[in-house]
Design a protein around this ligand. Sequence first.
Ligand SMILES: [Cu+2]
Length: 453
Amino acid sequence: MSSPIASPSPQPDLAPEDDPAVPDSSWPATLASALSRRGFLRAAAITGGGLVGTLAACAPATPTPGWTLGPLAGSSPSPTPPPAGSSVPASPAPSVPIASALPSNIPAGWTENDTAARTVVRRYLGNLPPALKGIFGEAAFSKLATILGAADNYPELSLKPAFAQVPQLGLSDALAPLTPEVDGVVKVFRLTIDEIEQSIDEIKPPMAALGYNGQTPGPSIRVNQGDRVRAIFTNNLKETTSVHFHGVEFDDFFQDGVPFVTQLPIVPGESYTYEFTARNPGSLMYHSHHNATDQVGRGLLGAFIVQPADNPVAYDREYIWVSNDVLGGFTINAHGFPATLPILAAVGEKVLVRFMNEGVMMHPFHSHGFTMRIVARDGHPLGSAAYDCDTLGVNPGERFDALITVDRPGVWAFHCHILPHVEGAGGMFGMVTTLIVVPEKAQVDAIVNLLLA
Ligand SMILES: [Cu+2]
């Protein structure tokens, strides 16, 4: 699934020691290291280029001085920054122009809505922007500094990005897959069905939720077309449930997972085994098929991916995008902006995004800056019927495979285009993330290492 990466063009080496405006002592060691191209290559070598890493809840990084690029254009000197860890409420602020509650140095014409909207993006990026200096170059860095108000030395600048402060499933292009046991020719997957607590973002209190193996979405289950699959689920809930492998063309309809149609519900404490041959390939799903409005809504869902035997799509990176709109509002992989995972890629790469809608509403996902080539629908390759778009409506239960060839660097918004699902007076929330395209592959690895540090 890997292909050669386009030869990168040389980038300016803007290590902090080379820049008199940014004293070396003002940077945390990890950032200083990551900022230099040497540091990127070193970091990449450490991981061997691997991108999959489980990211546990991260403690905020040690507060450090922020950028030192001078005051925000049109602003007065910076106020004393609030304590690290403080932030505005996640809920949208009322649209009322006020003066007294605003920081003294905001541009004329702003309201508290503008500062709230900026704060959400500050939370999303956390301490990443200084590291982007060595990636995008000084001119772009200076623009970002102005846009984010770096002269405020705001507290989020010394914190991990929001998505790195919540328990993510994998800081990678894909949700971490479950490793099967092998029983002869059968791949055996063991999963528990659990009551869990889910943090939608780094500020809101965790919510009571449901998950497989203690997480939502559940671990991805990956097999090859033709594999014999045995999935053993143990119900640790206080209620009955069932599991349906969505999109599988079963030989034996009693494996279909629908209580009172093909099985009895799985009672609390019981284990239940599904066994079938993965006949048809593609982006499939598994989820509860019992009291499903509630159980799927609260998180009993996951990706089931069957690698095709013939003509697999070639891609460099993969991102599984499971949307839901019940638990915690509008979410991607059970997180809402600003705690959604960015999609990281390098110029010249092909990114496969597997859209999977486990919610109860349609969501039109819109990519800024790039065309999406839709190569499969509901697991079925479109072949010569593949088509290009930048906005893709995904109905409940549908899956689309979108191939994005990223040929320009930048930070590009990527979001549902039903606007009440993504942005209000207080800024962006919900089904929003970004596609961060960097010039060199090693820089992707370095960002991952930085976030894992
Ligand atoms: Cu939507």
